[in-house]
Design a protein around this ligand. Structure first.
Ligand code: FAD
Length: 470
């Protein structure tokens, strides 16, 4: 009797053991399969290292990504980097203290880096001062510390400038007339980088630009001109963000500056449209510069420093007449396709007004250094628009192209900024995307460890059930 009871107890123990075992086996199978699939999904992508994310023709342009990258790396970037250090191109005339025509200035900048080092009067080239009778503030001498260049040779060539005169630009809002509000800034001393200008003030400007003046077009938008305006601004915005991320204050107490890869990814790289728009803007500005080649080639880059001025002239010629650029990308952007149809002239007026508003909005940027670069780059874009759409010196000889000195300085510095951004995106983009891609898959690793925990609990359960069944 007792023996029978013991046998029965053992049988039921075994049955329980089998049932628990079967349940565990099923769970183990599920856990193993899900673990396998998680690991499989997480396996690092062994993509072909050569496979490029951006290939083919840059949308609405006439040049492909590969060509842009190689031309930029071999020709444009090295030439432009040197060109912008010459005295002619490094001093920009700007009105920094302007009232915002739309809302009161709410200066939101946190950092000292927001403020611009102005040039004391003795620093900028004498010929630049010629039309201006009023003095400039010289109380910011501390900013001249570490000045990278020797002061300009002030031996003057008293010859009047050819071509550098005050001509109205229908695309911009700036009043270039010299007066006491104008100041000269050495761009080399004021690099475009992180300034701490964030929050509602900065957001308000971008919102006003996009919502009121160049709304993002829908996929069905057929108006090329509106698309062009949006893409130009978005490309410029990408470039500004790339520069902020590439020269970021990583540790304020240690004053440590460096690259913020996460920011570069979050603001630009993760949005392919923003990268494409950057390439578009770059090609658009290259087209403007090459279209104005005759004018820019013959212009006088006179600062009174003959050696440096000759260098500027020669670098400019190398850029404009570069055989590689001419052969590989003869027409970076085809402006002849725009403003057709009956509504063409009206549309041009409308878009011109929108761009002028954007230009005026730069007076609302609540951080001096951002305002400086904002104004310079918007003037550069306005100059490109003027060259491509407002003057047709080739077909209408009575309307020869005329540019102001400041417009040329802005155009070339803008091109250099875009060229730097394109280079950074080309060289760093794939690595940053890989790093960020792996980080983004971290939740997967959590799932893996969760899977592992399930697996371990199951093994424990199996062990316990076997113990109790013994
Ligand atoms: C003219 C100007 C110049 C500036 N210069 C500097 C500077 O030199 N240094 C500095 O530290 N800060 C500068 N800022 C501030 C900087 O641009 C950002 O506004 C700030 O860093 C806050 O960034 P955010 O993440 O809020 O996004 P923001 O860059 O302010 O973007 C606002 C919104 O615009 C949209 N957006 C962003 N990028 C694009 C794009 N490429 N195309 C289309 N839409 C886009 C997104 O919806 C985003 O949420 C400048 C701002 C302006 C308006």
């Amino acid at each position: 009797m007792v023996e029978a009871k013991i046998k029965e107890k053992n049988r039921s123990k075994k049955r329980r053991g089998w049932i628990v075992g079967a349940v565990i086996a099923v769970l183990v199978a599920i856990a193993v399969t899900s673990r396998h699939s998680l690991i499989k999904n997480h396996k690092p992508c062994h993509c072909n290292e050569d496979s490029r994310k951006y290939t083919g023709i840059v949308e609405d342009c006439c040049c492909d990504y590969e060509t842009v990258d190689s031309l930029n790396g071999e020709v444009l970037h090295p030439l432009l980097q040197e060109l912008v250090t010459t005295p002619f191109f490094r001093y920009f005339k700007v009105k920094l203290w302007c009232d915002c025509p739309f809302w009161p200035d709410d200066g939101m900048c946190r950092l000292r880096d927001c403020s611009v080092c102005e040039c004391p009067e003795n620093e900028f080239p004498e010929p630049f001062k010629k039309p201006m009778s009023l003095g400039l503030p010289s109380d910011d001498l501390v900013c001249q510390e570490g000045k990278p260049q020797a002061t300009v040779d002030r031996t003057l060539d008293r010859k009047a400038f050819r071509g550098w005169m005050v001509i109205d630009n229908p695309w911009t809002n700036d009043d270039e007339t010299d007066n006491g509000d104008m100041t000269y800034v050495n761009l080399q001393l004021n690099p475009e980088r992180y300034t701490g200008y964030v929050g509602p003030s900065a957001r308000r400007i971008w919102d006003a630009i996009y919502s009121e003046n160049c709304p993002k077009y829908s996929s069905g938008e057929i108006c090329q001109e509106k698309k062009v305006l949006y893409k130009l601004i978005s490309g410029l915005h990408s470039s500004i963000s790339i520069h902020i991320a590439a020269d970021y204050l990583l540790d304020e107490t240690a004053n440590l500056w460096g690259e913020n890869l996460e920011l570069m990814y979050d603001r630009v790289l993760r949005y392919p449209d923003r990268v494409r728009n950057l390439y578009f803007t770059f090609l658009f500005v290259i087209r403007a510069v090459t279209k104005a080649a005759d004018y820019l080639d013959q212009a006088e880059y006179d600062t009174g420093n003959h050696v440096e001025d000759l260098k500027a002239q020669s670098l400019m010629q190398k850029l404009l007449l570069n055989p590689k650029l001419q052969a590989a990308c003869p027409l970076p952007f085809d402006e002849a396709k725009l403003w057709h149809g009956q509504s063409g002239p009206e549309l041009k007026q409308q878009i011109q007004k929108q761009f002028r508003n954007i230009s005026a909005l730069m007076d609302c940027v609540g951080c001096e250094k951002c305002r400086l670069w904002g104004k310079l780059q918007v003037l550069g874009l306005g100059t490109a628009l003027k060259i491509l759409f407002s003057v047709d010196g080739q077909n209408q000889p009575d309307q020869p192209l005329q540019l102001q000195r400041n417009e040329v300085i802005a155009l070339v510095n803008l091109l250099n900024r875009l060229s730097e951004s394109v280079k950074l995106v080309h060289e760093m983009g794939p690595t940053i995307e890989k790093i960020m891609g792996e980080r983004l898959s971290e939740p997967l690793s959590e799932e893996i460890s969760r899977g592992q925990r399930i697996w371990e609990s199951l093994v424990g359960l199996w062990y316990l059930s076997n113990l109790c069944c013994v």
